[in-house]
Design a protein around this ligand. Sequence first.
Ligand code: GTP
Ligand code: MG
Length: 149
Amino acid sequence: VEESYIMIKPDGVQRGLVGEIISRFEKKGFKLKGLKLFQCPKDLAEEHYKDLSSKPFFPKLISYITSGPVVCMAWEGVGVVASARKLIGATNPLQAEPGTIRGDLAVQTGRNVVHGSDSPENGTREIALWFKEGELTEWTPVQTPWLVE
Ligand code: GTP
Ligand code: MG
């Protein structure tokens, strides 16, 4: 089954948006498999965003992501990767549609409150990167037959 790594960035934690953001994925009907509050070390932030290492904003991005605790989440479900990206909205919050997390809750690209994996392959890669074995839980929500026919 498809999985996505979703992370509430330090601004989302500092601004008290953790419950609001988790709630959107929960209400949509995805299954939470892993959840932790975590102070991200610099080397992990650099590995996570390695594809952006040549960008001029890379040093700012790394200091942003390591500036305070993040909330790491593993979510599973049919089409979760693309759906989560839609729920999150465009990278630049000023271009994100109202109703999306960034559209409703943020104003700047450098403070866009949440991360979502951009492909199923990266979803699995990022979950393995951010979670240790034993930190993920397999379970069956009672609502499953009411969500998936
Ligand atoms: P993520 O879900 O965090 O990966 O965002 P994204 O997939 O919408 O965007 P992308 O992967 O291209 O960029 C990763 C993150 O780098 C963005 O979410 C921003 O936090 C940051 N970023 C991207 N472009 C810029 C930029 O031009 N300036 C600044 N300051 N940050 C940027
Ligand atoms: Mg990205």
